[in-house]
Design a protein around this ligand. Structure first.
Ligand code: TXA
Ligand code: MG
Length: 331
């Protein structure tokens, strides 16, 4: 039902950023670099643009989007931030943190952005190109990760094009994403912070600012952040915590014990490097068309987010209705 369109590739110079802002203002979709992953950006106030985001990704309409803003002040206009949310924003914005808070009356967002929930997910990204685009556009930008729903998230313009070329107006080329896993999502229950998704800001970093309440089981009726059983799914079968792969498997290593692995998250065992490389390595491994075996990754720091994404990549049931019908294509 969506018309095929030419996808422009825009450079991250002032003219490219200005062009991207004009496309957003015209209700078009632009893949925007952030420090976590590329986002599929559209005007969060425009119901048609928001509908186009869901259509381009093949995303279920019950799964709400993150709204990206240039500043904490802009976030305060849209939502009622609990005190702890403000402390977290002051500590980690701009950056890889998303806060979920109650909507303010008169927020002006298209209802589909929040999937009808009374709360909204907000983030102020740190990537200078995202900052420049958000400032130039001057309004709230809805942006889920710029991949077909259920597929591996994009950390380069090539990843975006492999999944969404012909379905979006442009990709703004901000290079390779430095963090490489999506933002940490924190919500609030009775004012107490709850971790909804592991991500680019570690639990240990969060603990410097506030005490997280224990995570409760994800609700069954709404889609909590990235909590669909299978997500980030390569086409190939994925096995985890493998120190001795089988002959037909592509082994993805971590650390110096895996020097024979053809692909590695980090040869030195650096979790920051491993997070930055995770999705690119999964894209590469998947393009080889063989089953994938991944070495153990420690659960500390960014390892928690890496292991979360790996568990979803390994989860069975990728062919269910929550996934777009377009498979990951080789870059
Ligand atoms: O780093 C990131 O967070 C990237 C970049 C582009 O900002 N975005 C991203 O978006 O990962 P997405 O759509 O792939 O994941 C957003 C998650 C979803 O799992 C959604 O369920 C959750 O945020 N979410 C959005 N609004 C919510 C709300 N009101 N309550 C609970 N969860 C919400
Ligand atoms: Mg996503």
């Amino acid at each position: 039902k969506e018309a095929v369109q030419k996808t422009e590739i825009l450079g991250a110079q002032p003219d490219g950023i200005a062009r991207a802002a004009r496309l957003l203002a015209a209700g078009k979709l632009v893949a925007m670099p952030t420090e976590t992953v590329y986002g599929l950006a559209g005007d969060a106030r425009d119901p048609d643009a928001v509908a186009a985001i869901f259509a381009a990704k093949g995303r279920p309409s019950f799964n709400p989007l993150i709204v990206h803003l240039a500043s904490l002040a802009a976030a305060e206009h849209l939502a009622l931030l609990p005190d702890t949310a403000r402390l977290l924003a002051q500590a980690f914005w701009p950056g890889a943190l998303t806060l979920v808070a109650p909507l303010r009356a008169g927020h002006g967002l298209a209802p589909a952005v929040t999937a009808g929930l009374p709360t909204v997910a907000l983030r102020v990204p740190a990537h200078p190109v995202a900052q420049a685009l958000l400032s130039e556009f001057g309004g709230p930008v809805a942006a889920p990760s710029a991949n077909p729903s259920g597929r591996i998230s994009p950390t380069t313009p090539a990843h975006v094009l492999s999944g969404l070329a012909g379905r979006i107006a442009a990709v703004l080329d901000g290079g390779t994403c430095a963090v490489g896993v999506e933002s940490t999502i924190i919500g609030f229950e009775a004012g107490q912070p709850v971790l909804l998704r592991e991500g680019g800001i570690s639990r240990e970093d969060i603990a410097q600012v506030c005490t997280l309440s224990p995570a409760r089981p994800a609700p069954q009726n709404i889609t909590a952040p990235g909590q669909l059983a299978s997500h980030y799914a390569p086409r190939a079968q994925v096995r985890l915590n493998i120190s001795a792969p089988m002959d037909d498997e592509i082994w993805i290593g971590f650390g110096p014990d895996c020097e024979n692995a053809p692909l590695t998250l980090s040869a030195t065992g650096d979790l920051t490097e491993a997070a930055a490389r995770l999705f690119a390595v999964l894209h590469d491994a998947d393009s080889l068309g063989r089953p994938i075996a991944v070495a153990p990754v420690p659960e500390q720091g960014l390892g928690a987010a890496i292991n979360d994404r790996l568990r979803r990549a390994a989860a069975p049931g990728r062919s269910d209705a929550t996934h777009g019908n377009s498979g990951l294509q080789s870059p």
